[in-house]
Design a protein around this ligand. Structure first.
Ligand SMILES: Cc1cc2nc3c(=O)[nH]c(=O)nc-3n(C[C@H](O)[C@H](O)[C@H](O)COP(=O)(O)OP(=O)(O)OC[C@H]3O[C@@H](n4cnc5c(N)ncnc54)[C@H](O)[C@@H]3O)c2cc1C
Length: 397
């Protein structure tokens, strides 16, 4: 049983927070989650995550057998077709297929939609989520019984009840991260933008099975690329949708007023316009796009030189994108986030709940693999999307 009766407070009900919650639930450590949205279906969840060997190991180390079996069964397993790159305009293949590069288990590329992953991670912890709670900070102090603790502060001025510690998992705009690190944790705006789209699986037939990158370098404004993962099995069912992610060099894609909450037709029209010269075998991806699922997104990245140091606080720490946001290059953001959940969850389980030293041990180990991951993703994005971050002068979000 847990040593402290006060719950671990968690901000944000994203992938990292929910997996951490599973770890705490299984160890019977009490916890509360505060999520700004009003429910799980509030905003688009659609895009597909490719899971690395490290990511899968982390998830398996946390979940019990039943949940893991369900998770694994839900994952798409793309067989040996591997990765292939195409010229989007001519339709010609520009790079040889690499069969193993992206495989993470049993020679297969493993993928799952963010929505499905979140749904499975949320099972049996949903009752501990408080919806519509926008966290803007936290304060430390002493509760009525004279015990030290921490509580979160909400946008409406309200405060949570006291917790033993706080884990900030509320993504790239994390206020907990800013407060904890005294502003050292930064997320840079790379200037590059993207569009996420979905279409019925039948629109992907021209591609076949595998992971694909299409590149268009013909526009004077800059190059555009699209990444998608086409899995077998569902190819004939028009009721199933696959997603794709498009990105453009800075200046190529821009939401009206740079407003990234815009979804729907405007994003569809822009995707269609950008790809009007693309080869006919790729056109169905845009012609058959689902309007409700189309969305813009901003390509951001944490400090490329690594996760900075800040004075450790035993009662507060940060996980996932809140501490290491990455560009989509490399597809390792979520994989790194779940490693945080597994690591911090294990340390808390071993300690029986909050204990001085846990956040320091977690941060020491996390800084190593997360710094490597951010650096890797940034380096790939420099080459692929023409971005450049100057840690002193670039804009932050
Ligand atoms: C288009 C796209 C494709 C991607 N593809 C991949 C991929 O293939 N592989 C991969 O590994 N990664 C990928 N990523 C990255 C991955 O999605 C993120 O790294 C991952 O979701 C991070 O999880 P998280 O729990 O830290 O944050 P999130 O999943 O962003 O969750 C944060 C949660 O906090 C909530 N929240 C935000 N602010 C507040 C607040 N103030 N108070 C309370 N709650 C708040 C949010 O509503 C959300 O529920 C992709 C990202 C994008 C945008």
């Amino acid at each position: 049983m847990a040593s402290s009766a006060k719950p671990v407070l968690i901000s944000g009900a994203g992938l990292a927070s929910l997996l951490l919650a599973q770890s705490l639930r299984l160890a019977r450590i009490p916890f509360r989650i505060f999520e700004r949205d009003s429910s799980f279906i509030f905003r688009a969840q659609g895009y597909r995550l490719r899971l690395s060997a490290e990511g899968l190991d982390a998830i398996e180390s946390v979940l019990d057998k039943t949940s893991w079996d369900k998770f694994w069964a839900t994952c798409g397993k793309t067989g040996g077709a591997g990765f292939a790159a195409f010229d989007a305009v001519t339709g010609e293949q520009t790079e040889q297929k690499v069969a193993e590069g992206l495989a993470s288990r049993g020679g297969k590329t493993i993928g799952i939609s963010r929505g499905d992953m979140r749904r499975i991670f949320a099972e049996e912890v949903e009752g501990n989520i408080e919806w519509g709670k926008q966290v803007v900070g936290y304060e430390k102090g002493v509760d009525n019984s004279g015990e030290e603790g921490v509580r979160v502060v909400f946008a409406d001025g309200g405060k949570s009840s006291w917790g033993s510690m706080l884990v900030g998992g509320e993504g790239i705009y994390s206020k907990v991260a800013k407060q904890l690190s005294g502003g050292k944790l930064k997320v840079y705006d790379t200037g590059a933008r993207g569009i996420h789209g979905q279409a019925p699986t039948t629109a992907f037939k021209g591609l076949g099975e595998g992971v694909f990158r299409l590149t268009d370098t013909t526009s004077e404004r800059g190059s555009t690329f699209l990444i998608t993962n086409v899995r077998p099995g569902d190819m004939e069912d028009p009721n199933v949708q696959f997603g794709w992610t498009m990105g453009g060099e800075p200046g190529v894609i821009r939401a009206p007023n740079d407003d990234y909450s815009i979804v729907g037709k405007i994003a569809v029209d822009m995707a269609k316009d950008l790809t009007k010269n693309w080869h006919p075998k790729f056109r169905p991806l845009f012609d058959e796009m689902s309007e409700v699922d189309a969305a813009f997104w901003k390509i951001t990245c944490s400090t490329p030189s690594g996760v900075p140091e800040w004075p450790n606080d035993p009662r507060a720490t940060v996980i996932g994108d809140a501490v290491h946001s990455m560009t989509p290059a490399g597809g390792i953001g979520a994989n790194t986030a779940v490693r945080d959940s597994a690591l911090l969850g294990r340390l808390l389980r071993e300690a029986g709940g909050y204990k001085p030293g846990v956040t320091a041990a977690y941060e020491k180990e996390m800084r190593v693999y997360a710094s490597e991951a951010v650096h890797q993703s940034y380096s790939m994005a420099v080459a692929a999307f023409g971005i450049k971050i100057d840690e002193e002068t670039s804009d932050t979000v």
